[in-house]
Write a protein that binds this ligand. Sequence first.
Ligand code: AMP
Ligand code: ZN
Ligand code: ZN
Length: 429
Amino acid sequence: MYKSVNTLGAIALIMAIFFAVSANSTETAAGADDQIVILVGIDGLRADAIDRAAAPNMRALAARGVRAEGMTPAMPSKTFVNLYSLATGLHPKNHGIISNYIYDRKIGREMNRGSDINDPRWWGGEPIWVTAEKQGVKTGTNTWLGAEAPIGGVQPTYWNPYKKSHKSEVYAARVDQILEWLDLPDGKNIRLGTLYFSVVDDAAHQNHVNSPQELQAIEMMDKIMGRLINGLKDRSLYERTNIIIVSDHGMADLSPERIINLDPIMDVTPFITPDWNRSRGAAYVAFINLYGDEDGVENAYQKFNGAHPHLKVLRRGAFPEGYHFDHPDREPDLMLLADPGWVIYATEDQTPPPSVLPFLKATHGYHNLHPDMRATFIAAGPSFKKGIFTKPFDNIEVYGIIACALSIKPAKTDGNIQNITHFMTRKCD
Ligand code: AMP
Ligand code: ZN
Ligand code: ZN
């Protein structure tokens, strides 16, 4: 009896040691696998933004971790294209979101940004929250483009529909929502959270780059980042958390001296031109994607090609290398693309362009390698080395960076993890 108790005691002791050791070793592994990622998307935050505005929190994050001289957006340098390349690690030709407004030949119509936002037919690839959820990591998006659709049948455990606002109380509440999802008990709490904010993009569009309004918007975002950092510190989660601040693209200033008026060259209204939202009146855009029948497209090509020194006319099947734009059902027949800082103008009724820019003082959508289109990448936390200022890299690497920090197996992407391992503290697959 004593013996058996002793034996049991010995077994218990051995088991206790075994569990202590394995708990310890899983703790190293789990410790490593315990990291949190908060991905913050600040629309239109140029790579130089935190040097131009008072941004102590974002500067401190950069000093504590990694900052890129710039991050190269996908082409065209528009919001939808890039938020979704960031989420999936894919080129637009492979994820299908080739513009802010998309026409699909197979579906036979333009994407409706209201009702199609939750229709998985429009959303290709595997966003990072899907990869995470499939591997048991809970995610919460507040918000991210694409997270309103069940992609591959999977959605974030927690997600909110996108509602545009520029109010600082609303932005603070977005941060608080992420903190609440982190506060949930084990098994329910998130390890990946995403945030998105549009105030800087709108301020620059409406008032110019470096305007007091743009600088104020950057400063507002910096305070919001301060709220996130303090919330994590209050919960003792800061040391476990990787904060990754990205933007989708940069911004270039416009001028009434740099308007490309299409009206005298050719009327584009008979074509499908999803990027030109006629309900807003005349077009003021960096590019127009154009879809039409063969003869019409050939005619348009002949008329537009060479018609203006700052207008490029690119044809389906012959987009420059690096555009990665040739989605089988969505690649436009023609892309009319302005040089950076120039704006394409077109009307339905031949109204001449005004002498002052009416509502758009800066924009984006231009060639993705132009320095003005460079986006922000700042990341700090246990997965990132400290005090690194790195050369520009493509935004398709961000998916792999997040997968590495979360220690999950990434889906196949167009990125190459070797491009970013020099600033990671851990081995990435
Ligand atoms: P743009 O500057 O034209 O490329 O577009 C920026 C706009 O995209 C922002 O002002 C947002 O209103 C919009 N946007 C960003 N994320 C979403 C989303 N998840 N759903 C709908 N619209 C969005
Ligand atoms: Zn944007
Ligand atoms: Zn914008």
